[in-house]
Every structure is written in structure tokens, then in C-alpha cells.
Design a protein around this ligand. Structure first.
Ligand code: 5GP
Length: 362
């Protein structure tokens, strides 16, 4: 496992509220328990449970959102999530989160995202690059160090870009609001939008206006696609031509054909798919076929906290399950760079980090 931790990696599918440390969730739940706002023992039981169906996962997210309501909590978890990814040598992270509105605590989608941005600024142990250097942002928003510190004595460096998620429970208007916000926050590292949330809720047509508008304005689009059987929706999503999709568990032959013809990259979340029983066992996971046919794919965690995993673990799992050696694992991680939504400059910087780490293959 140490080797998988040591190589540079690119994470393209990580949900903020799904990536919280168990210790932080428990601490926050205990605090709320003392204030009488949740029943701590019940919450502890749910948080510590390991096998979760897709239905249970979405119940857990509702609980997590109660625990992480405050702006200060959003800032804290963002900081910790970035530290955790950096600590396992993730050098480029596309972190996604659903901007939330909560009038009772004066939270707007914008103030939620400002709390996220504050979390990026608060990271001190790692150099966080979250604004492209070509952009006209105040220098205080940029990390000071530009040297490659991956193998050196200086602090580690991580490039962070953000995706704003549209929750499938939202209306067309609410989805459009999220896209507007994403556009306004482009100079703070927002590069695209995601459609996620309970796949049994909502209709594709509800989200098309917002996703089309996002695309028109130059934002990149990724969709959670085929998490439950829904042939019509899978076809509609593929026809939309997103820049990437996540999961692709319930695909029929025709869906695979279309995906491959259109060359749409897939964010692969092995542990998540197995734990939620979307895929019955690792040996029948579609990773094998996509990898063999050299379809563009990126291994991702989805929800490192909820599924008790890490990106290093996902690479280790792929290696042991599909017999992929170190050279090819390194290559798999490297190829994920080209699927990132960041600009070419950032991708070139990330490639340099990989090049300087090639020694780890010997
Ligand atoms: P947040 O957006 O609140 O930071 O992260 C948690 C949210 O991400 C969940 O409430 C859900 O909307 C979305 N999410 C996390 N994991 C999954 C997943 O595996 N499938 C889908 N469809 N949505 C997910």
C-alpha cells in the first residue's frame, strides 16, 4: 500500500461531504448531541456502519448535512479533505460540492461556497493552488510557492479545482442558480458542474436548461450516469455529450457502444460501486473492459469518508484485482491528467510532477 500512497495521483470524482474524516464527523455529532440537536448514539451507529446500500448512502448524506450545516464546519471539512488528499500524494484534486441554501442560518449558495473557498485558504501544511496563475486574482488567493516540492524538502503541492453539483432534488430554477454561481466563481477555481444526488429522484429534462447553459458559457459538465437501471436516461445523458460521466454501472450493450463511439471518459469508483452493490463483485466490474479497450478512465474515490477508502486504496484494489503492474498503474494515474477540467497550463505542471516522480518505478 505504501507504494500506492507514494506515487502522484489525480482525483476527479470526490464529493466534499462524502469525504469527511470519521473522527471529525463523530466530533461534530457529539457537539450537536450535547446541544440536544441529534441523538449522538444513533448517529454514531450510522456513521460507523461499513456496508451501505445506495438507499442507505443517501439517508447518510441527509444526516451528514445536518451535522455540517454551519459555515465554519464547511470551512473546516474543506481544509481537512484537502489535507487528506494531499497527504496521500494526490497532486490534482477536482473537488465537487452542492451549494446549499439554508435561510434559518443565513446561508445562501454563495455564502456556502465562500466557506468552501475559506477552507482552501486555511490549509497551511500544503501549498494549495486553486486559482490559475493566468487569472487576474489578488495574489493572496494564490499559493506563494511555485516550485515543484513533490519530492523535495519543501511543502507538498496540490492543485485544487472545484465543480459545483446540482442535486437531483432541485428545480430547474435552482439548478440555473448553481450554474450562475459557478460562472461567477470561475476566477476562484470553479471549472465545471456536476449532476448528482439520489438517482431515483428527479427527471433529466429538469436539468437540461442549466446544463446546456453551463456548456454554452464554457463550463465543463460531468454527470452521474447509470447508477440505477434507467435506459432512457442513460441514452439522453450520453446524447447530451458530457465531458465525463461517473459510475456507468447499469449500461446495456447499446449504451456501451454509444459511450465508446463518443469517447466519453468515465470516472470509475470501484469501492463505492461494490459497497452500494451497484456492481455485484469486483471481478465483473466494467473497469476491466474499459481498461482493456483503452477507453479513457480515471480511478476515483467518490466518497472516501462514507466508503472508508482512499485514492491509494482504489489504485491498489485495481492492481490486485486486475493484475496491473506498477508501470501500468503509474501510467493509469498519469493518463487521468488529460481528463481533468483544468486548463493546459495546470495539466502541464501536473505532468511535470509525474515526470519527476518516475524514479519510484524502479
Ligand atoms: P456535497 O455535495 O454535499 O458536498 O456531497 C454529498 C452529496 O453528493 C450527496 O448529498 C449527493 O447529492 C452527492 N453524492 C455523493 N455520492 C454520490 C453518489 O455515489 N451518487 C450520487 N448520485 N450522488 C452522490
Amino acid at each position: 500500500m505504501e507504494w500506492f500512497r507514494s506515487i502522484p495521483k489525480v482525483e476527479l470524482h470526490a464529493h466534499l461531504n462524502g469525504s469527511i474524516r470519521d473522527s471529525t464527523l463523530l466530533e461534530l455529532a457529539r457537539d450537536l448531541g450535547q446541544k440536544g440537536r441529534v441523538a449522538f448514539l444513533d448517529v454514531e451507529h450510522v456513521i460507523m456502519k461499513n456496508d451501505r446500500s445506495l438507499v442507505e448512502v443517501f439517508k447518510l448524506f441527509d444526516l451528514i448535512h445536518v451535522i455540517t450545516t454551519e459555515h465554519s464546519t464547511i470551512t473546516r471539512i474543506t481544509k481537512e479533505v484537502i489535507e487528506d488528499f494531499a497527504s496521500e500524494n494526490v497532486v490534482y484534486l477536482e473537488l465537487r460540492t452542492t451549494p446549499k441554501k439554508n435561510d434559518s442560518i443565513g446561508m445562501s449558495k454563495r455564502s456556502y461556497m465562500e466557506a468552501v473557498i475559506q477552507g482552501l485558504r486555511d490549509v497551511a501544511s500544503v501549498d494549495v493552488h486553486f486559482v490559475s496563475r493566468t487569472e487576474q486574482a489578488p495574489s493572496s488567493l494564490n499559493s506563494q510557492s511555485t516550485e515543484n516540492s513533490f519530492n523535495g524538502s519543501a511543502k507538498k503541492k496540490i492543485y485544487v479545482r472545484l465543480l459545483l453539483s446540482i442535486d437531483r432534488r432541485e428545480t430547474t430554477v435552482a439548478a440555473l442558480e448553481t450554474v450562475e454561481l459557478a460562472l461567477e466563481m470561475r476566477d476562484l477555481g470553479v471549472v465545471g458542474v456536476d449532476l448528482s444526488g439520489n438517482p431515483t429522484v428527479g427527471e433529466w429534462d429538469t436539468f437540461v436548461p442549466a446544463l446546456s447553459f453551463a456548456r454554452q458559457q464554457g463550463l465543463r459538465v460531468t454527470l452521474h450516469c447509470g447508477e440505477v437501471p434507467n435506459r432512457k436516461e442513460v441514452q439522453q445523458m450520453l446524447d447530451f455529450g458530457p465531458e465525463r460521466i461517473g459510475h456507468a454501472c447499469y449500461f446495456c450493450e447499446e449504451d456501451w457502444r454509444k459511450l465508446k463511439d463518443l469517447n466519453i471518459p468515465v470516472e470509475i469508483c470501484l469501492t463505492s460501486n461494490i459497497v452500494t452493490q451497484s456492481i455485484s463483485s469486483i471481478d465483473v466490474h466494467h473497469f476491466a473492459d474499459l481498461y482493456r479497450t483503452q477507453h479513457p478512465i480515471a480511478l476515483c474515490t467518490d466518497d472516501a469518508g462514507v466508503f472508508s477508502t482512499s485514492l491509494s486504496q482504489e489504485y491498489s484494489l485495481a492492481s490486485s484485482s486486475f493484475g496491473i503492474d506498477k508501470v501500468d498503474i503509474f501510467d493509469l494515474a498519469y493518463k487521468a491528467i488529460s481528463l481533468a477540467f483544468a486548463d493546459h497550463k495546470v495539466k502541464d505542471e501536473v505532468r511535470k510532477i509525474f515526470s519527476s516522480s518516475k524514479g519510484q518505478l524502479s
